[in-house]
Design a protein around this ligand. Structure first.
Ligand code: FMN
Length: 447
């Protein structure tokens, strides 16, 4: 009912062509593309809590080219795999472990709600890669917004905003050679340019390429993630898109379904995309009328179950738990010490059913207590123990101050520490720690 009302309430674009195998982006509140944080279980979780569409993590064209498409009958997923460089050469490596999963999707649970985001700077390789996956997804989105040097130095991401003709060539090639034959949508995700005039020139060009959707991240390329999104240019972008019959989605500091609906109405855009709020707690996609935000304990339990069901890479699961479990919870520290799914399930206090599944998945993925701690995990553990020290020092400080005065100073310090932790952008952590696996290299390279 609420979703149907969205169309009436908002100033949606009237004439967007919807390809037979594609989706209508209008009236949708969607999960943003997020390297590391947008892997399969995170997408399933977002869908469970009501996301209308999910974008997969950006994966660069060259990483997908050369992969083999396999149907995994255990997890019911479609896996795009390739031999890992050490696994292929090393006969001691378990055959199951020799292949790296570059991209994993779940046709029956994600169905036609999944958009594949590509990192590219070349129309030919973009088309070659997109053709491999076009039959499994509802759309292909080009990332033209990542500001990081490892992406821009390859001419990808936000660098494409400075080479609009190349970006348009890529989009036109994708529309004619992938979008049209596979009957799916081609879209683009951009950032704002410095002035409305510059943004207008760019968006007009993009709108003439045959795309059916455009997402605008309401920050300029130099803006840091923690700077507030700016929305002054949004009505302009929306107007240009609507004149061309293209759905316009807004992104940047949208934190819940109800807020998204209100913003869509205010700015007349067709949809809204949520990243960091969903990374922390996917129930942000649930309307207040349907229960609203769920406690993190519930969301984490759902996430672990989904991660086990699809045999998610253990390091990735743990990384996501680091985003979802509040650092001040005692469980956070315990979680950072775990070396396997079995330990994790125990630390989180889940029952026998999950415990058995965890053991099976550990065996399948060859995870055990002898497993080496990864660099990312070491960082997480250090962070947890630093936090414990800070909290320890803080409680001591509070005891002393409480005896001396009843002022709320320690609370302020604590809030500051918590805010600092929240400010620590996961994407930055991913970049600092560096990608661990081939699939992470494939996607982290491109954020
Ligand atoms: C962990 C993380 C990974 C991201 N990876 C991508 C990506 O693969 N592709 C992309 O276009 N943007 C990526 N972004 C940017 C988000 O999609 C989004 O544009 C940005 O976070 C602003 O939305 P928000 O204010 O809701 O967080 C990433 C952001 C985060 C936090």
């Amino acid at each position: 009912m609420l979703r149907a009302l969205t169309h009436i309430m908002t100033n949606v674009c009237e004439r967007v062509p919807i390809p037979k195998n594609g989706v209508d982006y209008r009236g949708k509140i969607v999960l943003a593309p997020m390297v590391r944080s947008g892997e399969l279980p995170s997408r399933l979780l977002a869908l469970k809590y009501g996301a209308d569409l999910v974008w997969g993590p950006e994966t660069i064209d060259k990483a997908l080219i050369g992969t083999t498409r396999r149907i995994n009958t255990v997890t019911n997923t479609v896996d795009f795999t390739r031999f890992s460089s050490n696994g292929a050469k090393n006969p001691d490596v378990n055959p199951d472990q020799r292949e790296s999963i570059i991209y994993r999707l779940h046709p029956s649970r994600e169905g036609r709600q999944l958009i594949y985001q590509i990192g590219t700077s070349n129309p030919d390789t973009a088309v070659e890669a997109a053709k491999l996956i076009a039959g499994d997804v509802a759309g292909i989105d080009v990332n033209a917004g990542c500001p990081k040097p490892f992406s821009t130095s390859g001419g990808m991401g936000a660098a494409l905003l400075k080479t609009p003709d190349l970006l348009c060539d890529i989009l036109r090639a994708l529309v004619s050679e992938v979008g049209n034959p596979f009957e799916i949508g081609i879209s683009v995700k951009i950032r704002l340019l410095e002035t409305p005039e510059q943004t207008e020139t760019l968006v007009r060009k993009l709108c003439a390429t045959g795309i059916t959707g455009l997402t605008v991240h309401c920050r300029t390329t130099p803006m840091r993630p923690r700077e507030r999104a700016i929305r002054q240019q949004l009505p302009l972008v929306r107007r240009l898109c609507h004149e061309a019959g293209i759905a316009c989605l807004m992104n940047g500091d949208v934190t819940s379904r109800d807020e998204a609906l209100q913003l869509m109405k205010e700015y007349g855009v067709d949809g809204a995309m949520i990243a960091t709020a969903a990374e922390t707690n996917s129930s942000c996609f649930r309307a207040n009328d349907d229960g609203g935000m769920a406690p993190w304990t519930e969301v984490v339990a759902e996430y672990v179950k989904m991660a086990l069901e699809v045999e998610n890479r253990y390091g990735n699961t743990k990384y996501l738990l680091g985003q979802m479990i509040p650092g001040k919870s005692p469980v956070y520290r315990q979680m950072t010490q775990c070396k396997s799914y079995s330990e994790l399930v125990k630390a989180l206090g889940y029952g026998d059913e999950l415990s058995h599944l965890a053991q099976e998945v550990d065996q399948k993925l060859d995870i055990g207590t002898s497993r080496k701690t990864t660099k990312a995990e070491r960082k997480m553990q250090e962070k947890a123990s630093k936090k414990a020290q800070v909290n320890g020092a803080f409680s001591r400080k509070r005891q002393i101050e409480a005896t001396a005065t009843h002022q709320a100073q320690p609370q302020a310090i604590k809030r500051k520490a918590d805010a600092a932790e929240l400010d620590e952008m996961p994407a930055d952590i991913a970049r600092e720690t560096g990608p661990g696996t081939l699939s992470e290299q494939a996607s982290v390279l491109a954020v």
